[in-house]
Ligand binder design. Structure first.
Ligand code: CIR
Length: 253
């Protein structure tokens, strides 16, 4: 059984943080519909989904991934790099405390879950605008005594590490080489996104399944060629807020 924490879309999502993208109007009703379909996709892959109520004053709060890292032994509550997002951790902490003992990333560290790619006992953390070296150092101090290794990863031109790379199967990554170097992940198989789909590297692995956006057909075809079973979802409205599929859930194995 996998527990998944998600949060309803905030009616304020139109006021979301934007870093690399221009503002485009978000259709709130469509965003809610797409979020419901996303929950169905999680359930279809065996997740028991807990839906936190919407936060009307926190525009980006649907992106729960950024607020925590769930290890087998510990939940680590992050400190988002953008101030508007810090209050999101309060309700996530309460829910995650039902599943794991908690530790907190603290000032002056910043760290966002979207920058953290965990592959087995290896934890890769992107040096993005949102996660700083102190955040990585605090994560290392918490995780390495538990037997994880923590690796800082250089990246460029995208919001989070997992905008540039995500895990798609045991030992296999989907990656955009313009945003992160494949050499940062020795020993792992790398499938590159189609060059026409720079935003296509974010996929959500749920056991042997994969949740993947509908709008990247060329990269989707590459995944299928590799025999990967894909559940396709439309997340167009989340993408307007610079979100994708990993960012809308916290998975607790
Ligand atoms: C932000 O800028 O923080 C949000 N608009 C998007 C966060 C997406 N999070 C993620 O991909 N992990």
């Amino acid at each position: 059984m996998i527990n998944a924490i998600v949060r309803e879309v905030s009616p304020a999502i139109g006021r979301c943080e934007l870093t690399y993208q221009e503002w485009v109007e978000i259709d709130y009703d469509l965003a809610c519909h797409q979020h419901t379909e996303y929950i169905r996709a999680l359930e279809g892959l065996g997740c028991q989904v807990t839906v936190l109520p919407a936060e009307p004053d926190l525009p980006d709060s649907v992106f729960v991934e950024d607020t925590a890292l769930v290890l087998d032994e510990l939940g680590i509550i992050t400190r988002p790099g953008t101030e508007s997002r810090r209050p999101e951790t309060v309700s996530v902490s309460k829910e995650l405390a039902r599943h794991r003992p908690l530790a907190l990333i603290q000032d002056p560290a910043t760290l966002e879950g979207g920058d953290i790619l965990r592959v087995g006992r290896a934890i890769y953390v992107g040096l993005s605008r949102r996660s700083n070296p102190e955040g990585i150092a605090q994560l290392r101090a918490l995780a390495e005594p538990l037997g994880y290794t923590v690796h800082a990863v250089q990246m460029q031109d995208c919001l989070h590490l997992k905008s540039a790379v995500s895990q798609i199967a045991p030992g296999a990554l989907l990656l955009n080489p313009r945003w992160v170097q494949p050499e940062a992940f020795p020993g792992l198989q790398v499938i590159e996104v189609d060059p026409s789909d720079p935003h296509a590297a974010n996929a959500l692995q749920v056991r042997s399944g994969l949740i993947y956006p509908a709008c990247f057909p060329l990269t989707l075809a590459r995944l299928k060629e590799h025999g990967i079973a894909v559940t396709v979802v439309d997340v167009s409205e989340m993408q307007k807020a610079e979100g994708a599929v990993t960012c809308c859930s916290l998975l607790i194995y």
